[in-house]
Design a protein around this ligand. Sequence first.
Ligand SMILES: Nc1ncnc2c1ncn2[C@@H]1O[C@H](COP(=O)(O)OP(=O)(O)OP(=O)(O)O)[C@@H](O)[C@H]1O
Ligand SMILES: [Mg+2]
Length: 252
Amino acid sequence: MQFEGYRSEDLQKSGIILDVINVTKKFGELVALNNVSFKVRKGEILAIIGPNGAGKTTLINIISGILKPTAGRLIYKGVDITNIRPNKRAKMGIARTFQVPIYIKDLRAVDSVAVPLTWKLKSLDLAREKAIELLKRVGFSDPYKMGRDLTLAEEKRLEIARALALEPELLLLDEPAAGLRPDEIEELKGLILDIAKEEDTTVILIEHLIKFVMDICSRAIVLNFGNKIAEGSPEEVVSNPDVITAYLGGAV
Ligand SMILES: Nc1ncnc2c1ncn2[C@@H]1O[C@H](COP(=O)(O)OP(=O)(O)OP(=O)(O)O)[C@@H](O)[C@H]1O
Ligand SMILES: [Mg+2]
């Protein structure tokens, strides 16, 4: 389904991969997202930051299709995906990681990555081969490690490898740096930059603290209590008085 005004020539010219239009999400009385609109440009790393409960994960859930918005629409590559199911969106090139990683404790890392690959490759051996390649790609050293023995940093890398298995055009990362040590965060930043550059993947990076994303994102959007309160370069956003107020009492 082509959305009027979003013909593919226009899209190519404008370079917009995702258009989030007036999205509202209510959970009963609680307005988790209030009329949020923004565009994502192809190839960029867009950071979405905001304090706890700002609506960041809700937004990722709406883009990946796990949640339906109460109001508003999503246009991905010229197609209205608002009513399209998550698995179909994944096939269209939208992949995500989870804030609390979903990996299976009784599976070896290689098999956690191989599972999403089997639907495409139709052979477990081929899926495992590709899974090992992907784990190497994200700097995961022992593909045969059991899920239950993984460190937090390994869980995060495994999550990214699982998302890359879908060969995404739009990769949604939900707080990939949370809980990592400073040296692990630096490595992760390098990996995200590499993925954006080498695979030509557009990245939406959710983060609590803007300082983690300052040097890798092209633009940042700030959410607070479900409202978009700022949008711009990382420098513009950190010096915005509304953003400073939203983070008052905590670090930006
Ligand atoms: N399934 C749900 N049912 C009811 N309320 C929800 C649900 N999911 C989220 N909320 C509420 O919506 C608001 C936004 O939550 P969300 O998880 O999107 O915030 P967040 O910005 O990701 O926060 P954090 O930084 O803590 O991960 C919160 O007040 C939260 O309690
Ligand atoms: Mg969250």
